[in-house]
Design a protein around this ligand. Structure first.
Ligand code: ZN
Length: 180
């Protein structure tokens, strides 16, 4: 993928099977406001993602969609409750199939993308993948709150390992900072 700035928005719809046969590549940006579910999971609304989607027939004759999505979103730091810019990117590698049965028959390294006849919505599948890549909680990568505020090593908890527990709720109440 070239480093030239992407200045057109990603096409929203197209026929993935036809594209795979033709080896179509789509490049474009995707604004957060086009992704309502992701927008609901982050804060702020100005993010944008660079997207490359590559449709092709793989070595086994399967129709696949490969792609990369890169961007940044604002989330609330669960330590200081201010916003933190979180890089958000994912690599797609999906087998284009008609049905659950076909999905089950895919090799393990291919996630299924079940699509009907004709055009499919590319924004939906990109949003799906971004939601899967979104960290459950976010923290600044520096000590945004002095460590003496903590009585244990809770601040070291990895973002990915404890998605639901928020050890800083007490702090949130103490600070009373309004969320943005
Ligand atoms: Zn913070």
């Amino acid at each position: 993928m070239s480093q030239a700035p992407i200045n057109q928005s990603l096409p929203r719809r197209g026929d993935p099977r036809k594209y795979a046969q033709q080896g179509v590549e789509l490049v474009g940006f995707l604004a957060l406001e086009s992704l309502p579910r992701l927008q609901g999971a982050v804060t702020g609304d100005s993010a944008s993602f660079d997207v490359l989607l590559s449709f092709r027939i793989d070595e086994d004759g399967k129709k696949v969609l490969e792609g990369t999505v890169n961007g940044e979103v604002n989330m609330i730091c669960q330590r200081c409750l201010d916003t933190v810019l979180v890089p958000l990117s994912c690599n797609l590698r999906l087998g284009i199939v008609w049905s659950e049965d076909q999905a089950r028959a895919l090799p393990r390294d291919l996630d299924p993308w079940i699509v009907g006849e004709g055009a499919a919505d590319f924004y939906e599948i990109v949003e799906e993948e971004l939601l899967l890549s979104l960290p459950a909680v976010a923290y600044h990568d520096y000590a945004c709150v002095p460590s003496e505020h903590f009585s244990s090593g809770a601040a070291e908890v990895e973002a990915s390992s404890k998605p639901k527990q928020n050890p800083f709720q007490v702090l949130e109440q103490l600070k009373g900072t309004p969320k943005k």
